[in-house]
Write a protein that binds this ligand. Structure first.
Ligand SMILES: [Zn+2]
Length: 263
């Protein structure tokens, strides 16, 4: 669709009244929603209207895609879009939803010499050239219900989609200026190296050590921590927090449920 037609269509979608049934689903399933400011709630609902108009959902393994599934996924994904000019995850067309964790045949290294082969369970995946994403509904729902355990498969997979916006899966989303790109690269390199080192020595970390896999996974787990454990992330990794805050134009400390968890 031509750019100006797309913009006009999106404006119309935003002007539509938000379905009450959908709002009920969000309030029931998506714990962070009520903690957002009124302005952010309104902006999120606008984004959800567009997201649900533009993305196709398919149920797998006999799952029937309901409004509950679509809206619960959309609300979490659209949290990543607040306050920024966005083209709504342009590389993503279709979201495939399994009822629960699904298994894939996989080979992976235990050590560089020893490989494990067999069924691995996954809660989600996406790829730069796939045009699609796979999500496990039970994990999605569980992630939405607990906003401060540091784990959220929707935020994780959609962070990968943000990473792809500049056509690379390198852990750097589209950043406005060269200066920002350089600062980002420097901070991510240092933080990634320290997560790698912690993983090797077995030191407990705030960031999921799955992020030590590569730069793209590091970005995705950082996004999970940024939205779910912002107080801890800001305290332990201030430079990483600052880069994410600048990119997302958000300060999740303001709506975090983490405080109540700690206290
Ligand atoms: Zn990932």
């Amino acid at each position: 669709m031509l750019g100006f037609l797309k913009d006009r269509h999106r404006k119309r979608l935003k002007a539509r009244p938000f379905p009450n049934e959908w709002l009920k689903i969000i309030k029931n399933n998506v714990a962070f929603f009520v903690r957002l400011s009124a302005n952010d709630q309104a902006e999120l609902l606008d984004h959800i209207q567009i997201f649900l108009d533009e993305k196709r959902f398919e149920g797998c393994d006999g799952l029937e895609v309901t409004d509950e599934i679509r809206v619960t996924i959309a609300a979490q994904a659209c949290l990543l879009l607040l306050h920024r000019k966005t083209d709504y995850f342009p590389r993503l067309l279709t979201i495939l939803v399994y009822p629960s964790s699904y298994s894939v045949q996989e080979r992976r290294p235990i050590t560089p010499e020893i490989w494990e082969e067999g069924k691995m369970f996954r809660s989600g995946e996406t790829g730069r050239t796939m045009g699609s994403m796979v999500l496990a509904w039970d994990i999605v729902k569980w992630g939405a219900a607990d906003p401060s355990d540091g784990k959220n498969v929707v935020l994780h997979e959609f962070a990968h989609q943000l990473d792809y916006e500049n056509f690379a899966a390198d852990g750097a989303p589209a950043l406005a200026t060269r200066k920002q790109q350089l600062a980002w690269r420097e901070v991510m390199r240092t933080e990634f190296a320290s997560l790698r080192a912690a993983e090797e020595t077995g030191i407990p970390t705030l960031l999921d050590t799955y992020g030590a896999t590569n730069a793209a996974e590091f970005f995705a787990v950082s996004v999970e921590a940024f939205f779910e454990r912002p107080i801890m992330l800001r305290a332990q990794h201030p430079r990483l927090y600052a880069e994410l805050q600048q990119y997302f134009q958000q300060d999740p400390v303001e709506f975090s449920a983490e405080r109540t968890r700690a206290g």
